[in-house]
Design a protein around this ligand. Sequence first.
Ligand code: ZN
Length: 344
Amino acid sequence: MAAIQHPPIPHTGPLASYWSRQVQELVLLPVTEFEAGQRERHQLYSLLTMALVACYWNGNKYGQQGNYPWRAKQRQPNQSGYVGGDYLGHNIASIAVDGQGEVIDFDFNHNEILASSVEHAESRLIRRVFSLTQLFDDWDTADSGSQTGTVGEPFTPARTPYSTLLNRVTIYTSLESCSQCSGIMALGSVKAVVFLHRDPGQNSIGNILYNLRPQGERYLPPLPIPADTFGLSYFGELNAGYEQFAAELKNNPESCVFLPDDPSKKRERSPSVTSFLCTDLAHDVFNRALQEFTQLKEVQYPDFAPPQEEGQPKPHNNAWVLQHLQRFLSYAIRKGQRGTPHKL
Ligand SMILES: [Zn+2]
């Protein structure tokens, strides 16, 4: 019997124009050319994101008892296991930056501590930024319908509409986003998402959503910006490191990610990106980024700032941004782990 097909034929909308074209046309994006000052600016935020990963390093993906052959350099000197402590989630951090260049907040992947496969850094961060705006509702300012907010009278606090609230926000994330996070960023109309490492398992979903963006100003998917477009050398290192890790696990039957102390338990051989993010290869890259960031004393383009948009505050220049980001790292370290279970 012939299978009955129910093709979701789009009669209107962006998908219609791709219906009979090559898949690659739906995936490829034009390469963005940044001027030197903007390249430096993207690098500064990227370095902060990498520094956060290094400072909150999670390495013990399969627990603290056992052997990680790819983490020999992370062994504690007293042989009491590896650095990283309890595994809260994967080594993935994100920051949200507003139109002026100020960091709004940061977050991490917390899959493990929340026993969930959806507690990703970007989606947690977007949901937090939305809830922060509620904290700042001006509850004491009545709208035109009521001066006092008298019980029983309609009262609407002054608030920027949530549908366009994030359309000047850029997310920097240490790993390319999945479909969940790309979807949440699209619903939030985030302006751009800068990623510092490719995740080949995500099928370039961020690019696809961007190419299918609707008309108008709501639910606009962010522009994906891979970090090689502004010359971040760590981007190539992370991608090459992961390829090396995955090839070795595939081609060498002796190679493995984790050896449990108990030989009857499973040797882990899965070449996942998140396992790579625990290795010495990745640890070394993130630590070098941390050092570069904390040792940075001045920028090459101190006066550079993106153009001021009409009706918006003037963006800060790169010199201000460097100071701001270095202070933010101190704050983030003092603040401790984000998103532990007492917070939603
Ligand atoms: Zn995700």
